[in-house]
Design a binder for this molecule. Structure first.
Ligand code: AMP
Length: 192
């Protein structure tokens, strides 16, 4: 299973990825997590991107592609992966197609988890209390939602255009959403 998760910030991608990773026994590659680890470890990359992340803006495509190429050089992705947080714009979607075709691991599907805006604000508020992420403040969240609408939402059309998009309603209990995802994947005829 080689899949990307799409959906707004706070829309439950990370939660579902953690469950699906266990279900399919494949790695969860989260670009946000890789960047947060670089910031925590104060690596040169971390120092470059901290301010951009704190503002809720997108890290440059060049830095992101380097990071992704390094991650995809590891053997553990050879049996599949759940990619979360990338691509964030159309240029990244093209770069990803090229990278995955070069390593012979093309995507099976893009899974769009759809959640309405009020629901997202409630979830991010909860995450801010639980995890204390520096980009979960009200102002930065507003910016991240705007960046999502402007740059990331069109990525779903990229996958819809070549018939690889699966849409799932991301509202309700966590387990209900997981079951919806698994059912939608079973129902996608090209995944059989
Ligand atoms: P996430 O955990 O996916 O919400 O990502 C947190 C932050 O990391 C984002 O708001 C961006 O600043 C940065 N980030 C993560 N993935 C990407 C990406 N593919 N392109 C640009 N910036 C990214």
């Amino acid at each position: 299973m080689r899949i990307v998760l799409l959906g707004p910030p706070g829309g439950g991608k990370g939660t579902q990825a953690a469950i699906l990773k266990q279900h399919w026994q494949i790695p969860h590659v989260s670009t946000g997590e890789l960047l947060r680890a670089a910031c925590r470890d104060k690596t040169p990359l971390g120092q470059k991107v901290q301010a951009v992340m704190d503002a809720g803006e997108l890290v440059s495509d060049d830095l992101m592609l380097d990071l992704l190429e390094q991650r995809f050089a590891d053997d553990d992705v050879d049996n599949g992966f759940i990619l979360d947080g990338y691509p964030r714009n159309l240029a990244q979607a093209d770069a990803l197609d090229k990278l995955l075709s070069r390593i012979g691991q093309p995507l099976d599907a893009a899974l769009l988890i759809e959640v309405d805006e009020q629901n997202i604000l409630d979830r991010i508020e909860q995450r801010a209390r639980e995890e204390g992420r520096s980009d979960d403040t009200a102002e930065v969240v507003r910016n991240r939602l705007q960046v999502y609408a402007e740059h990331t939402a069109p990525v779903a059309d990229h996958y819809a255009a070549d018939g690889r998009l699966i849409r799932v309603l991301g509202e309700g209990e966590i387990d209900t959403i997981t079951q919806r995802i698994l059912a939608a994947i079973r129902a996608a005829d090209w995944m059989q």
